[in-house]
Design a protein around this ligand. Sequence first.
Ligand SMILES: CC(C)(COP(=O)(O)OP(=O)(O)OC[C@H]1O[C@@H](n2cnc3c(N)ncnc32)[C@H](O)[C@@H]1OP(=O)(O)O)[C@@H](O)C(=O)NCCC(=O)NCCS
Length: 215
Amino acid sequence: MNAAFVPPWKGPRDLPPAWSTTETFPYRYPFEIERWVSLRSGQRVLVRVARPGDLDGYQRIFDALAPGDIRSRFMGIVARLPQSEVRRLEDVNYSREIILVASALDSEGRPDLVGINSGLIDPQRSSVEFGLVVRSDYKGLGLGRILLQGLIHCARLRGLAEVRAEVLRGNHPMMALMRSLGFRCPDDVDDGDEEQFDDEDVSFVLHLMPPKGDG
Ligand SMILES: CC(C)(COP(=O)(O)OP(=O)(O)OC[C@H]1O[C@@H](n2cnc3c(N)ncnc32)[C@H](O)[C@@H]1OP(=O)(O)O)[C@@H](O)C(=O)NCCC(=O)NCCS
């Protein structure tokens, strides 16, 4: 059975909404997103929205990435965690970002990040574009799926119309994951041609609401 990001969360009823479509600031930390999930291995991880102190954990994930994974995530070989990512984690803006992290307990019982899905909402507040990465030793356990399902769940809560990502054509695991969740590639990638254009990036989109004028 696949691991899953399972709604619903039941909490106090009188809380103000964490995320609204109004321009009210500041947004509070959306803790109702937090949940423990079981991976295929039986390990449990806590999925939650990022907090400023998560930068060190993100750095440790980055430091352990294979060059191919760095290229897949950041669309090129970068020697350091990009400054844009550092700034986002230093000062998480809950009105513009949906950043989900997965935290597991290490061998000494300390929490450590094992995956992160950073979503940036566009200025029109209609779509969120994400970049997802799972620590190498946690791959293949269902965590990537959980972090993407979680981001889609949050995008729906925020009333966004689309979830988007840029992916290298050669990134077959990521493309398979997105297609299985209903993402489509407007460029209509032909699997037969993928080897030829591995370095090219393509856009995938998931429509959460029917586009205007449809039907
Ligand atoms: C892509 C990535 C996030 C997947 O995370 P993961 O935790 O290993 O993925 P999951 O275990 O949740 O697998 C989800 C699906 O992805 C696909 N997938 C995962 N690994 C795969 C592989 N080695 N080969 C083919 N498909 C694979 C499958 O469709 C799988 O479906 P399943 O759940 O029915 O098995 C992870 O490999 C990663 O961090 N890669 C480097 C960074 C990257 O490519 N980011 C994407 C840029 S947006």
